[in-house]
Ligand binder design. Structure first.
Ligand code: DOR
Ligand code: ZN
Length: 355
């Protein structure tokens, strides 16, 4: 009797939202994406922030050095972003576009990690937004109103986005890491220059996994993971095959001590396990047809929206148990210590052998 392992071959996914960080930890954490993603859009909330052409050059060189340490077949392409700060001039935006940035990130002041320096309204960055619209750069938004109660922050921010769309009708906008059903409806009904990323953790979990029976700081993130009805809306959006929704992991490692303490930092370190966990989820809902639905979500729609060629590389996953490491580079990954039913096939990646 044959004992052949079931496999699933797909175009190599892209991750259109990730925090690779800087300094110590960067090399180990970059391994989370290695061999599983072809392109990674790198968020700019480093210290100091990526908010000038010189800093963008410096950070992309630091990232490139970390990627060079990976085996060639596991290396991924770095896509760069900058942080939009109050009063940012058009000339700076133009310089960062020349230096390779493809998107600018809007973090409302105080919304999340290293966002204290962010604008308090879109008015404070009008010149930068107008320049981005002219240059064809994508505006990536952390859509939360920090003044609203924490579970209402995302939908409370939507009217601001609606006004922005009216004011900048040609600006391509990505609402990042959607977490509630209201925002899903907002994106579905919006114009074609509006899209959204969805993370693995918002598709997999609900608030009960974060603060139900026990408090799990490793699933605490911004926007906070919401209710089952919100998760259903997110799953339906992905399953629908709509062009508006694509994958962004928002993988955001923090050292264990920064998570397991009295004031836990927000962020889920999801890159090592996101893809295997999502394949298992979609397989459990709809079998092979469910797995196929991950292809446009993870490997096509994002590239289309960012006007890049779709991936020409492929990745083979196999239905074989894989134990997620308990810790990587001092950070605890999503599903740490748990067995997952799918893994990257040995023939296509080697990271896990090295870890
Ligand atoms: O939970 C989060 N962590 N959300 C973000 O938007 C930023 C991220 C981080 O950088 O840690
Ligand atoms: Zn993020």
């Amino acid at each position: 009797m044959s004992t052949a392992i079931e496999t699933f071959t797909m175009p190599l996914p892209d991750d259109f939202h990730a925090h690779l960080r800087q300094g110590e930890g960067l090399k180990a954490w970059a391994r989370g994406h290695a061999g599983q993603f072809g392109r990674v859009l790198c968020m700019p909330n480093t210290l100091p922030p990526v908010a000038s052409a010189a800093r963008l050059d410096e950070y992309s060189q630091e990232l490139a050095r970390a990627i060079e340490a990976l085996p060639e077949e596991e290396r991924f392409e770095l896509l760069m972003t900058f942080k939009i700060l109050p009063g940012m001039r058009a000339a700076e935006v133009e310089a960062m576009a020349r230096a390779g940035a493809i998107a600018g990130k809007y973090y409302p002041s105080g919304a999340t990690t290293n966002a204290a320096d962010g604008p308090r309204s879109f008015d404070e960055v009008e010149e930068a937004l107008a320049a981005m619209e002219t240059l064809g750069l994508v505006l990536s938004i952390h859509g939360e109103d920090p003044e609203a109660p924490v579970l209402d922050r995302e939908w409370a921010f939507l009217p601001k986005v609606a006004r922005l769309i009216e004011r900048h009708p040609r600006l391509r906008i990505v609402l990042e890491h959607l977490s509630d059903a209201e925002s899903v409806r907002f994106v579905e009904r919006g114009p074609s220059n509006l899209a959204a990323t969805i993370t693995a953790h918002h598709l997999l979990y609900t608030i009960d996994d974060v603060i139900g029976d026990a408090m799990n700081p490793h699933l605490y993130c911004k926007p906070v993971i919401k209710f089952a009805r919100d998760r259903e809306a997110l799953r339906a959006a992905v399953m629908s095959g709509s062009k508006r929704f694509f994958f962004g992991s928002d993988s955001a490692p923090h050292l264990r001590a920064k998570k397991e303490c009295g004031a836990a930092a927000s962020g889920v370190f999801s890159s090592p396990s996101a893809l295997p966990a999502l394949i298992a989820l979609f397989d459990s809902v709809e079998g092979k047809a469910g797995r196929e639905k991950l292809v446009p979500f993870m490997a096509e729609r994002g590239a289309d929206f960012y006007r890049m060629p779709r991936s020409t590389r492929v990745l083979t996953m196999e239905r074989a148990e894989w134990l997620v490491p308990a810790e990587i580079g001092g950070a605890v990954p999503m599903c740490a210590g748990q067995p997952l039913a799918w893994r990257v096939a040995r023939s296509t990646a080697r990271s896990w052998d090295i870890l």
